[in-house]
Ligand binder design. Sequence first.
Ligand code: RB5
Length: 144
Amino acid sequence: MIAMGSDHGGYRLKEAVKLHLEKKGIDCKDFGAYGEESCDYPLMAQAPCKAVVAGECELALLFCGTGIGISMAANKHKGIRAAVCSDIFSARMARLHNNANVLCMGGRVVGEGLALDIVDAFLNSSFEGGRHARRVGQVDALDA
Ligand code: RB5
């Protein structure tokens, strides 16, 4: 199960990604926003991040205008490793080396076609472990 969340700035891209994943038969849990009314990204990050930390969802995809604000909010949650990505390579490496469990994107930054490829790269990549596990552990220890 993939958690999804956005503010108004990321709403449209979230909807496009949700449709893309549904067509692929990937289960999504959409925690809102459910429209384009203005809302606050720090609040919208909370439920998807809690779902990941609780193990209810494997990964989360979060969207705001730039991807920056919602990633900052996500990374305040213990156990969350959120990466803002606007390219495919970074999305793949965020999983392979950083064991990112949240992908953030900006609805005002990334076009829909590229965003779908970024999401696919993120979801189809897995953590390599090894030396990267030590480093990710060191990152996680910062909020212990
Ligand atoms: C909302 O206008 C905008 O500030 C927000 O979506 C996001 O880009 C913040 O980082």
